[in-house]
Design a protein around this ligand. Structure first.
Ligand code: BDR
Ligand code: CA
Length: 303
């Protein structure tokens, strides 16, 4: 099994991604960041998710604000608690005393991949402490950006927009990178059929996920008029645990950090005329969504 660290801002789809990672990888730790919700809340949501899963995975709290600029949140997408107002279960878990940045620099090795599901602030802080950090680890699988349209602005995706300076640092780090942007994650959509399959399982994890899916589907119905929602963050987990489900293209990815209209945009060289800019990432362009959904649902069968 691959060894992973999940860096995240739960977030309904982050929580589903954590459960998926726990089933298909050795999850060494979870690190948390401000993004969908402030870091205190994303940490509490990560702790609650590992309590639901009944595992002892340590949680390290990370950055509370982006490298530069204002903190933006995403309670429209995930509710003010980040998990769609789910009934909270009580637990007595707490985060570790070491910071996410220190954990990443001191404890992540060439055998570990980092799956990054929120703004890239913790990873950028690790690179500030050790500029070679990205080259010392197995690689980084990112949910963020887009080869086409954005979601938080016409051209920017939320995670990249929430800390574009951090994203720029990560894409320039020399690390082995996989990018699952909106162009990819919008191919993996959940519907009421998925919800029914998950609910039927009747496990603790599936009951938890069914509540999150119901929130995502209800929100999609309000926003776009149909109960059909993309499941972003699990894609970045599958990109390392099940890479054969994907098609990747080697591309240059750079981050716009200045543009008035384009800040947070992933500028991806997809020109068909050569030469192109030197590639620095494997950009996911296609996912076998049927098989991917099967893997996600099946991951909830036990516990
Ligand atoms: C990303 O933003 C968050 O709302 C989701 O958790 C996902 O990581 C999608 O743009
Ligand atoms: Ca996320």
């Amino acid at each position: 099994m691959m060894s992973l660290v999940v860096d995240c801002d739960p977030g309904c789809d982050d929580a589903i991604a954590i459960l998926l990672a726990l089933r298909h990888a050795n999850v060494k730790a979870i690190t948390t960041v401000s993004g969908n919700v402030p870091v205190a809340q994303s940490t509490e949501n990560a702790l609650m998710t590992v309590a639901v899963a009944n595992v002892e995975t340590p949680v390290y709290a990370g950055a509370s604000k982006p490298l530069k600029g204002p903190q933006i949140s995403n309670d429209v997408s995930h509710g003010s608690d980040g998990l769609g107002g789910i009934n909270r279960i009580s637990h007595c878990r707490t985060s570790e005393s070491v910071s996410a940045c220190d954990f990443l620099v001191d404890c992540v090795s060439e055998d570990d991949w980092v799956v990054a599901l929120g703004p890239l602030t913790n990873l950028a802080e690790a690179l500030k402490r050790d500029s070679d950090w990205g080259k010392r680890i197995g690689g980084i699988s990112i949910m963020g950006g887009s080869t086409s349209i954005g979601n938080i602005t016409p051209v920017a995706e939320f995670n990249t927009f929430a800390d574009p300076h951090a994203a720029a640092k990560v894409y320039a780090s020399g690390a082995i990178l996989k990018m699952c942007g909106l162009n990819l994650t919008h191919q993996l959509r959940v519907t009421d059929k998925t919800l029914a399959l998950v609910s039927e399982l009747g496990t603790t994890n599936s009951t938890f996920v069914a509540t999150l899916l119901e929130f995502l589907l209800t929100r999609a119905e309000k926003l776009v008029g149909s109960r059909c929602a993309p499941l972003h963050d699990p894609c970045a987990v599958l990109a390392v645990t099940h890479p054969t489900l994907f098609t990747f293209e080697e591309c240059s990815v750079e981050i716009e950090t200045h543009g008035t209209l384009t800040i947070g945009m992933t500028v991806i060289d997809q020109r068909t005329t050569r030469p192109r800019l030197m590639p620095n990432a494997l950009v996911a362009t296609h996912i076998d969504a049927t098989k991917a959904l099967e893997v996600i649902v099946d991951s909830l069968e036990t516990q």
